[in-house]
Write a protein that binds this ligand. Structure first.
Ligand code: R5P
Length: 228
């Protein structure tokens, strides 16, 4: 079976009755949402807080009751995908453009679980370009700054136009500056015009990994594999 499907469906089993669940975005958590939908049809009571319009639509189609982040004090757990995950469970997210809403929901969650296929697990982050969500006004100036810093910025496009996020911003994909990714993230956080970036550091508590033949987990505290 596809590693994404294995991980996505397994994570849905970790959700308990009565939970408020942050619903991530992407092709892996898709399987979690589908499975949660099936569990809801069989009597599970949960409330989902979506991280994108696409996820909201999918969750509604699956019959999962939805709430807005503004009406929710805290999620019990958020389940989301990731583009790369390192051994300390730091990650890059935003390949699908949902990083801002994903980070907002993740930071309001007691626990964050990521679902990935095993190819996303890396020794060091950075082969995947880092998505940076930027304000459209004056974005070319920001791109010039990134260029001067040697970050190879590329404006994300869709159908010949700049890709626009659910929050109404553009995405610039850049090269991650390592090894001090914490300092790099802080530099981006402080830069005028940057709304958010896809470095998720110290956020993920547990990653569920599917490799096609088995599913295993790694948690941040122990960082050891547990075969499920
Ligand atoms: O913006 C999108 C999200 O961060 C996704 O969770 C991430 O890109 C992983 O997506 P997928 O599961 O489709 O590879």
């Amino acid at each position: 079976m596809d590693g994404k499907k294995m991980a996505g469906e397994k994570a849905a089993e970790l959700v308990e009755d009565g939970m408020i669940v942050g619903l991530g975005t992407g092709s892996t958590v898709y399987y979690t949402i589908k499975k949660l939908g099936e569990r809801v049809q069989s009597g599970l009571h949960i409330t989902g807080v979506p991280t994108s319009r696409a996820t909201e639509k999918l969750a509604r189609e699956c019959g999962i009751p939805i709430a807005d982040l503004n009406d929710t004090a805290q999620m019990d757990v958020t389940i989301d995908g990731a583009d790369e995950v390192d051994p300390s469970l730091n990650g890059i997210k935003g390949g699908g453009g949902a990083l801002l809403f994903e980070k907002l929901v993740a930071k309001a969650s007691k626990r964050n679980i990521w679902v990935v296929d095993s190819r996303k697990m890396v020794q060091q982050l950075g082969a995947f370009p880092l998505p940076v969500e930027v304000v459209p006004f004056g974005y070319k100036h920001l791109m010039k700054t990134f260029e001067r810093e040697g970050l190879n910025p590329v404006l994300r496009m869709k159908e010949g136009r700049p890709y626009v996020t659910d929050g109404g911003h553009y995405i610039v994909d850049i090269k991650l500056k390592s090894p001090d990714i914490g300092a790099f993230g802080a530099w981006l956080d402080g830069y005028t015009g940057v709304v958010e970036h896809g470095l998720f550091l110290g956020i993920c508590d547990l990653v569920v990994i599917g490799d096609g033949s088995k599913v295993y987990t790694k948690n941040r505290a122990e960082a050891k594999n547990i075969i499920l």
